[in-house]
Every structure is written in C-alpha cells, then in structure tokens.
Design a protein around this ligand. Sequence first.
Ligand code: PSV
Ligand code: MN
Ligand code: MN
Length: 381
Amino acid sequence: MGALAQQTIELPSWAFGNSGTRFKVFAQEGVPRDPFEKVADAAQVHRYTGVAPRVSLHIPWDKTEDYAKLSAHAAEQGVTIGAINSNLFQDDDYMLGSLTHPDARVRAKAVAHHLECIDVMRATGSTDLKIWLPDGLNYPGQDNLRARQDRLAEGLAEVYAGLDPEHRIILEYKFFEPAFYSMDVPDWGTSLLHCLALGEQAMVVLDTGHHAPGTNIEFIVAQLLRAGRLGAFDFNSRFYADDDLMVGSADPFQLFRIMHEIVSSGALAPDSGVNFMLDQCHNIEPKIPGQIRSVMNVQEATAKALLVDADALHAAQQSGDVLGANGLLMDAYNTDVRPLLAELRESQGLDADPMRAYGASGYAEKIKAERVGGAQAGWGA
Ligand code: PSV
Ligand code: MN
Ligand code: MN
C-alpha cells in the first residue's frame, strides 16, 4: 500500500479542452475557456483520486499574461504546474521543420520559443521542458537526413544551455505523423542519442501511442531505465496510430507489463526521476471523468504490478521454470485490485469510488451553467 500511495500522475491541460479528429471537433458544454479553468478542472481529478497533483501546460495554448498568477491559482486548487510543453506544430514557419529546418532563421525562432518556455518554467516552478518535434520529411530527397540530425543536435544544445540546474529537457519521439517518410526523432534510440550528447539533464519521454503496432514497449522501458534516461511517460491508448485514447482502455495487459518493469526497477517513487504523465484527448466522452478513469487505470495496473511475487519470479526465472514464471505474472494481472484501491482511498479520506464521487459533486452542472459563451479553449486553441 505504501508504494501505491506514493505514485503520482500528471494531467495534460489539453485533455480538458474541446478536441476531436481532423474530421470534426465535438464541442462539449462547460469546457474551460482559459488555462485557469483548465487547472481548476484538473484539480477536480486530484480531489477525487488523490494522486494527480500536477498539470502540464502547452505553450502557446496555455499562454497567459501572468504565469506566477496561474501558478498561485494552481496552488489554491491544491495542484502544481508540471511539464511545460513547447509547440512547434502550429506555425506556418515550421512547414519544413523547426529545430531541423534548413533555414537558420527558422531554427533560431524555434530555439527562442524554447527559451521562452524556460522562462515559463521559472515563473511556474516547473522543472520539465517537454519537447516533441513534428519535424520530418514526406519524400525521399526532400532534405538531407544527416544534416537535419546535425541541426537538431545544435539547436537542442542551445536550448539545453538555457536550462537552470534543477531543470530537465525531456525529449519525446514518434515514429510517424505529421511526417510520413521520415521523422527527425522517430524512435527511442534517436532520442537517447541526443539526450546522451546533451548531458545529464536530458531524458527520454516515452509516449505509449508513438510506436509501430506490435512494438514491445516494456522492453524500451527496461532499456531506458538501465541507461538511467527514462524521464517520463505520455500515457494513452491506441488501436491504430496516435489515437490518444484513455490509457489502459484497449490493452490493460500492456500497461501492466510496462508497470511491472517500472516496479521491478524501483522506478515508481517520485524521486526515481520518472514523471508519469497522461497525454490524451477526450473527443466523445466527458473530459473530467475521462481523466479520472485514466488515472484509475494507471493505478490498477500499478497495483497489479506490485502484487507480482518478485522472489518467486526470480526463482522461477533462475530455474528455467518457463510456465511457473509466466504464471506468476498472470496471477498478479488476474487479481481484482479494485477493493484494495478502494481501501487505500478510504484510508486517505477519499471516497472509495472517484467516478461516483465526482458525478455526485455537482461540479459538471456548475461549469455548464457558469462557462457560457466566450471562446472555448481546446486542443489547438
Ligand atoms: C504528439 O503527437 C504529442 O504526443 C506530443 O506530446 C504533443 O505535445 C501532444 O501530442 C499534443 O497533444
Ligand atoms: Mn505525447
Ligand atoms: Mn502523440
């Protein structure tokens, strides 16, 4: 129970805004109109789960005049500001790349954006600068693959030089989209190579939706933990591509296998350096309950991973007991941990059922009534 109680999960501000696919964005009533309201909604998730005390921001989606005020507002709501995400994918200048662009002027603009994000970190007390590059090529020959890596290394080094000692760069990878022939940071190996070149304050972000189907993600987790460079997760669920659905919804067993690697490496504790973040959008389901359900899914996978009998597993592995070892994992996975989690919540003064408690709180009705009119902030707003 102790280890479970220690776990924290960071929520994305953009999960609370309107979102959709490239076909349509379905507007929901009561969604936040600014970053202050997004933080207030995220705080509701923490209020009913007790394990989601941080909110990531995305700049400029969450741009505001006074970040110290936003940070104070978060504190009033019982949460803090987590990772600051840069945004290099919604500016015409970046059509051919940002930090990898052939034109030095565009690269300098992308570096300057990151330095601004570092200022936001200073104003909000955030320690993680999360970088995801949409950069890449659609066509063979479109640009020089190797030169783009050199430009990227140079740009990242300039950003890294702007960090304070307590800051980290966390560098995300993605195998395709928006570029289809070649992404500039397509995989964990590329991200890791850049992080190693940068220094100790650079770590890899593993977004569970950013791999080819069939990829063994827990292997990547184990490998990055070995190298001491797993900085964070962007948790979500996928069937086909970067679907950004609720983590653990399609493949709870995969989430369990990931958490088993985390637990067996002792990487669950907040001081392990692994930031457990969600990166999701709720296009057709209500957003705050969608986040609550996601947090609970991560907790359930973690609780099951903690149930694995590590000594027995080690003994089975050492003696070559293939079926015994596999059976030990399956025993843990097949345990219903919901009563245990309900007990944990009650011991922390929370309602045993966060979904029910939020539903009964009247908050959804309140925001529907209060947040009428105004531009609704969403993914990309
Ligand atoms: C890109 O697909 C990504 O996973 C990055 O983390 C972005 O910041 C985020 O999605 C935007 O939703
Ligand atoms: Mn992501
Ligand atoms: Mn993504």
